[in-house]
Design a binder for this molecule. Sequence first.
Ligand SMILES: [Fe+2]
Length: 198
Amino acid sequence: MFTLPALPYADNALAPVISANTLSFHYGKHHKAYVDNLNKLVAGTEYESATLEKTITETAGKADKAGIFNNAAQIWNHTFYWNSLRGNGGGLPTGKLAQMIESDLGGFDNFRKEFAATTVSQFGSGWGWLAVEGGKLKIVKTGIAEVPFTKGQKPLLTIDVWEHAYYLDYQNRRPDYVNAVIDKLLNWEFAAENLAKG
Ligand SMILES: [Fe+2]
């Protein structure tokens, strides 16, 4: 059985950038639904007792396993997204991450612009990511439920741009949501922990 991981903070911890109303629907309804759907889909299959990562890796790109992949990857993506954010976040990264932003992405201002532009430009539902590939930082976007780690990219941070992530608070103003998340909510400590992982 797959389970819904606890939110790392209270429903109102990200307000006013992301309201408690958005967070309670996004986590309590959407994230939970992916868990409930996946448990139904894997019942009686080899994935019933597999880890989430193994389930995602083994079903990626397989048309006959798309339902399992989409729900498993969306569980993983949302847990990663909650951890990519924190109240009073944003600001500047430090240490190795700051050095890599300088050397690989042309400095923080350029990172900020490129991360926002790439994430906002995802056509339809999907995700913007700061990731590492071949030892270098990269900014990438993925559609629907796709995850960078099935393509050899190690994710450090993500922003959800499914409409359910921002529509109650920002309606169609996706750029306002993305810029506010970058400036006020990004959890650079989480990014540094991910960078340090093998
Ligand atoms: Fe979402």
